[in-house]
Unconditional design. Sequence first.
Length: 277
Amino acid sequence: MLKNLVKSRLEKGIGQKVREAIRTQKEFADIKAINQIASGVKAFAEQRGFEGSQSYELFYEIGRKLLPRFAINEDARIILDDQQFLEYFEKFAENNYKSFERRWNLKEFLKLVRNVDGDLAECGTYKGAAAFLFCTFAQEHNRKVHLFDSFQGLSEPGANDGVFWQKGNLSASEQLVHDTLNGFSCFKTYPGWIPSTFPNVSDRLFAFLHVDVDLEQPTYDTLEFFYPRLNKGAVVILDDHGFRTCPGARKAALEFMRDKPEQILDLSTGQGLIIKS
């Protein structure tokens, strides 16, 4: 009943305000347009006394109107009650909640390697938000975390990497990562282009690998180096595997794993998952 009510009212109420806001702004991303739309939605909900799950249904239906394939998870999920995780995420969110489920997955997949020997590695550390999770786990389980990044942003995209990324995107300093991980003693950073810094850990074995390099060649180079150094049961998370913005990264992973016994699982979050057999 609620869903039908929301649908019947959208075009008359919210839909009109959305169209007015978009017409009066050159860019949807303009904060004035966003505030105007949000005010209209809030007023609509208050007028009808929507609360809790009703507000969720309203939000969902608005998303569906604007983008028919819009997908959002259920509001009743228990992960939203995990205060420790919420505090961690808020610390690094920077008003961007798109990575919420991906960060949660990282935290949960670490549980799979509690009894798998080896270090943890991340390629593509950026500001260190995911590394914070890895260091939290490593400090509790007496592991080492190896963090690889150019600290100059992305390298030059190749022919298969599409047009979304440009050289120098996602640049963050090594010092910023150290500031993020202040208080942890279990990590080491390796500044430089992949794979030039990998020989520093050629004698190590690994239980967990996070690949977040966005582009084809560094993805392939990362898997080529680390795959033979993964212990049985080790977990590999490919952060960019299921995104249209990273076609090269997906191509590289599929090509490398073509003759391997493991399968890459496509997660609904856009991540890829490999468990070493």
